[in-house]
Design a protein around this ligand. Structure first.
Ligand code: SAM
Ligand code: SF4
Length: 475
């Protein structure tokens, strides 16, 4: 999903480290779970600057390191190694990484500082020139090599890199530490072959690699055994997944099989690409109660002229056919999207088409962004001709239009009853926070021991981004 978030992995695991998958081929097998004999301190601090994919990548990184005897800590002060897992989707996120590095240099210049993820992949070895305090640069396809890279630093190497992209090791990490006690993220497809003209993902995450269906189902069973009831399947284009296993499942078939895994109560998947969005996905949602009634289907823009320049491979009309298919489902499915405003050559009339698309679809949520030119993308070489101020104005107008839609849609839910999974509580307010299968957040009177339970709640009031309710489930 498009929202940027920053998450800091806490020092004390909120959930136990769980064994998942197999060892990766190119890591030395001996002494796998023992501290390597290097003089490096082994306490690491890991901060995520990015999307859900980055958050889950950080869970894998933490798992890999903890499996080799490294110990996570809550703040840079207590760490020997400081790692940033980064996103380069927009320039703002990249700035954030460099400003974090500037601040850390002043206080922690004597420590090992490493940059992981998309910014690392994008900058490669140039990173060492731009930020000399950094001694480790590692892209997402090479995380299983991290202990080896740290050992190389311990052995006296000043700078090390892991920048290969032609691997599917990224799926089979030995250990994954999951930080959400209820929802387990599970990557089913890495990279992207779609080549949208504005996007860095194909460069930073490499070509599409699907994980085998039988391995995904095995991991699901392990996640249930570990106590998870909600599984979120992840991929930049999750529905472009193709099965290389003997099961020969379609994406919709995989959804059905995950939903049927005994013990799984909720299954989400993100992000779907409109071109590969087929009616059997909607049919699967209708047939399997565990599949959440929520679909994130990024449109990016309402104008065909802009969609063509973006190389999105569908027209507005085709996109709307997919939306109509979702609306015809027996279940009421909530729909969210991503939109970019101010792309190269976007006229006022093009922008109006994005606004009219909001009215036509009536999304439940929209993640909107100002276009940000990225290096090594086709559009990066085009004239970025919509002025920054105008991009800001269009963004604000689009967000306000969507806010009005959400007010209307959420208001219509007052009086209705929903099952929520309680994900948290505010002790001071004596309030619990639950999430519906349609991904709506409901606040209601509750206590700590409600957390982790599935309860029924009736909506009593509505705001654009959340609801207030009262508990219906009796104690
Ligand atoms: N694969 C997904 C898809 O096809 O829509 C999106 C993945 S991307 C990580 C998340 C969102 O970031 C995109 O949907 C797009 O709206 C936004 N985005 C990507 N590149 C951008 C850019 N150069 N400037 C502004 N927003 C961008
Ligand atoms: Fe980027 Fe397009 Fe691939 Fe999504 S589909 S990750 S926007 S290139």
């Amino acid at each position: 999903m498009g929202d940027e978030l920053i998450q800091i992995l806490p020092g004390v695991p909120s959930a136990p480290v769980r064994p998942l998958g197999e060892a990766c081929a190119d890591v030395v097998d001996e002494g796998r779970h023992e501290a390597a004999a290097n003089p490096l301190g082994r306490r690491f601090y890991l901060e995520t600057i990015g999307c859900q994919m980055n958050v889950h990548d950080s869970e894998k990184v933490a798992g890999v390191l903890m499996g080799r005897g490294f110990e996570p800590v809550e703040d840079p002060e207590g760490a020997d190694i400081i790692l940033y897992n980064t996103c380069s989707i927009r320039e703002k996120a990249v700035h954030k990484v460099f400003s974090r590095l500037g601040a850390i240099k002043k206080k922690h210049g004597d420590k090992i500082i490493g940059v992981l993820g998309c910014v690392a992949q994008q900058e490669g070895e140039k990173f060492f020139e731009r930020a000399p305090q950094v001694s480790l640069v590692c892209g997402s396809a090479s995380y299983s090599r991290l202990p080896e890279l740290l050992d190389q630093l311990g052995a006296g190497n000043r700078r090390v890199t892991g920048l290969g992209l032609d691997t599917d090791e990224c799926f089979e990490t030995e250990l994954t530490r999951r930080d959400n006690p209820f929802r387990a993220y599970l990557t089913i497809i890495e990279g992207c072959d779609k080549a949208c003209s504005y996007c860095v993902v194909p460069t930073t995450r490499g070509p599409e690699r699907s994980r085998a269906g039988d391995r995904i189902l095995e991991e699901c069973r392990r996640l249930v055994d570990a106590g998870y009831t909600e599984i979120q399947l992840l991929g930049q284009t999750v529905n472009s997944w193709r099965d290389s296993s003997a099961l020969g499942l379609s994406f919709a078939g995989l959804l059905g099989r995950v939903a049927e895994t005994p013990g799984v109560r909720r299954v989400r998947f993100t992000t779907s690409h409109p071109r590969d969005f087929t009616p059997d996905i909607v049919q699967a949602i209708d047939e399997h109660p565990a599949l959440c009634d929520q679909i994130h289907l990024p449109v990016q823009c309402g104008s065909n002229a802009v969609l063509r320049r973006m190389l999105r491979t569908y027209a507005r009309e085709e996109y709307l056919e997919k939306i109509d298919c979702i609306r015809r489902a027996r279940r009421e499915i909530s729909i969210s999207t991503d939109m970019i405003v101010g792309f190269c050559g976007e006229t006022e009339a093009d922008f109006d088409e994005s606004l009219s698309l909001l009215d036509r679809v009536e999304y439940d949520q929209v993640f909107a962004f100002k276009y940000s030119p990225r290096p090594r993308t086709p559009a990066g070489g085009w004239v970025d001709d919509v002025p920054e101020e105008e991009k800001g104005r269009r963004l604000a107008e689009l967000q306000e239009r969507q806010r009005q839609i959400q007010i209307r849609r959420n208001h219509a839910l007052i009086g209705r009853e929903f099952e929520v999974l309680v994900e948290g509580h505010h002790p001071k307010l004596a309030q619990a926070v639950g999430r519906t299968t349609s991904n709506r957040v409901i606040n209601f009177a509750g206590a700590e021991d409600d957390v982790g339970r599935y309860l029924n709640v009736r909506v009593t009031a509505a705001a654009p981004n959340s609801l207030v309710g009262e508990r219906v489930t009796k104690e």
